[in-house]
Design a protein around this ligand. Structure first.
Ligand code: MLC
Ligand code: AMP
Length: 478
């Protein structure tokens, strides 16, 4: 079965039910399907065929959903791109994925006009099975350049069915979808649980903390998916609003970055709900989660989802005992088949059929997993991933920068923010360098401070010892 077969099941008897609210307009499930059919025809009219790629760089909008569903219907591979990425970052993805088209806001409007003129009945569809790729999502490896993770229909179906079952999502639910559709959190968890369960969604272009209270109080959702930064922001809502929201909400879920135990406790005190923390990755979708019924243990990511096998291994590849830390490996129908056109990287990512997550974990005797950090120096800021190497390479190409190291600094709101350490030569100008970063890098990757150092601490083998860099405090917090 492919995803369209699953969505069709949930369309049965629901054609006239409201599926989506966005910016004051609402759309039924039948209308969403008709829009997707038209968009599928528009793609076909533009010469798209099964296996071709469509890059989409959009903030959340109805056209983005139309495009995704149209891709699923035609077998075109959907390649979402972070809307905050600048030309340089987009260029890498475009050259790697070789799409027939990159859709930005103006192109989306043009495609929507073309689609509107086409019939809404089902276009002829290729026979896609569950192993067909649905999308390629770029995720940075330990090297600076990002790789495309190929995600199949089966991966997304398994993931959504697991979440629907484990979180008891049903058609009576109301999901406030505030996270971006260009990552697996919004796309894999948000869009797919919605379309398979037949619940109602209010989608926001993006989460804006100043508008959060009114969106919650107006829509009165039962279900909410957020990254820890969003929960930190929600702690600032007035107590009466928090109390009212807590009364109609059923489940708050957090993931994509570690949720501090204190935030979980403070949130429970304020909203009367214990956030359910879960753990996923682009390559694997959701791996583990705290139980819906049972103990939601602070600081842990709970238990593997149904069908997911997990192992914690030492550097020699041997299983460690419970209570000991090691690298986490996972296997299951949620795990992707490999990176786009990167056989070597794919081979290196698997051992004995298990995917190497790069996360360091420990399993308690009762089966709960705790993540303790990562093998690489990945920085996660507001749920967006930052690979220091990419920024370091960029900085080294700037005037007066002899050497550069980028490290994460703890930040109350965003979890971590990047800070740059520079060995400066003649002509170095911190302000000009920051401006160059702003122009070339997504805003969340721009270092919050440029700290001059005489030299970078290195091991005898020349590796930078980031833990020995002078400490910096976060300039953010707003
Ligand atoms: C942030 N910005 C956005 C944006 N999110 N712009 C457009 N669309 C978005 N979705 C920009 C703002 O314009 C601003 O830019 C800067 O980011 C900070 O904004 P802010 O208003 O101060 O936001 P803040 O309260 O800090 O909240 C940011 C956030 C955002 C939490 C809403 O970081 C976010 O949406 N994070 C979700 C990331 C996510 O979905 N990750 C999942 C990865 S998948 P400027 O220029 O003013 O600085 C994964 C696997 C798994 O990890 O397990 O899920
Ligand atoms: P991405 O590459 O964007 O898919 O990010 C995946 C990474 O996010 C994982 O490998 C983890 O390091 C991190 N992550 C996701 N969920 C959690 C969580 N609940 N707690 C800690 N880290 C998480």
């Amino acid at each position: 079965m492919n995803l369209i077969n699953l969505f069709d099941l949930s369309l049965l008897g629901r054609g006239g039910k409201t599926a989506l609210e966005f910016e004051g307009a609402s759309y039924t499930f039948g209308e969403m399907d008709a829009r997707a059919n038209r968009m599928a025809r528009a793609l076909t009219a533009r010469g798209f065929e099964q296996g071709g790629r469509l890059c989409v760089q959009l903030a959340n909008c109805v056209e983005m959903i139309d495009l995704y569903l149209a891709c699923l219907k035609t077998g075109v591979i959907f390649v979402p791109v972070n809307v905050l990425y600048k030309d340089r970052e987009v260029a890498h993805i475009v050259s790697d994925a070789e799409p027939r088209l990159l859709v930005t806001a103006s192109e989306a409007a043009e495609l929507a006009r073309e689609a509107a003129a086409l019939p809404a009945d089902r276009p002829a569809a290729p026979a896609l099975d569950g192993d067909a790729p649905a999308g390629i999502i770029y995720t940075s490896g330990t090297t600076g350049a990002s790789k495309g993770a190929v995600i199949t229909h089966n991966n997304l179906a398994t993931n959504a069915l697991n979440l629907i079952t484990c979180w008891q999502i049903g058609e009576a639910d109301r999901l406030l979808l505030a996270i971006p559709l260009f990552h697996v959190h919004g796309l894999g968890n948000g869009l797919h649980t919605w379309l398979i369960s037949g619940c109602r969604v209010r989608m926001l272009e993006r989460f804006e903390h100043r508008k959060a209270a009114s969106e919650f109080l107006d829509f009165r959702p039962t279900l909410f998916f957020g990254v820890p930064t969003i929960y930190v922001r929600l702690l600032d809502l007035p107590a009466e609003a928090a109390c009212e929201i807590g009364a109609f909400m059923r489940l708050f879920v957090s993931g994509s970055a570690p949720l501090p135990a204190q935030v979980l406790e403070d949130f429970e005190a304020r909203y009367g709900h214990r956030i359910l923390e879960r753990y996923g990755m682009t390559e694997t979708l959701m791996n583990m989660g705290n139980p819906y019924v049972g103990e939601r243990r602070a600081g842990t990511v709970g238990l593997p989802f149904p069908g997911v096998s997990a192992r914690v291994l030492d550097p020699d590849g041997l299983c460690v005992a419970d209570g000991q830390s090691g690298e986490l490996y996972v296997k299951g129908p949620n795990v992707f088949p490999g990176y786009w056109r990167r056989e070597e990287a794919t081979d290196a990512a698997f051992a004995d059929g298990y995917f190497r997550t790069g996360d360091i974990a420990v399993r308690a005797a009762d089966g709960y997993y705790t993540l303790q950090g990562r093998k690489s120096d990945l920085i996660i800021s507001g749920g967006f991933n930052i690979y220091p190497r990419e920024i370091e390479e960029f900085l080294c190409g700037q005037e007066g920068v002899k050497e550069a190291a980028v490290a994460g600094v703890a930040d109350r709101v965003r979890g971590e923010v990047p800070v740059a350490y520079i060995v400066a030569g003649a002509g170095f100008d911190a302000e000009a360098t920051e401006a160059k970063c702003r122009a070339a890098l997504a805003s969340f990757k721009v270092p919050r401070a440029f700290i001059a150092v005489d030299k970078l601490p290195r091991t005898a083998l020349g590796k930078i010892q980031k833990h020995l860099l002078p400490s910096a405090t976060s300039a953010s917090g707003s």
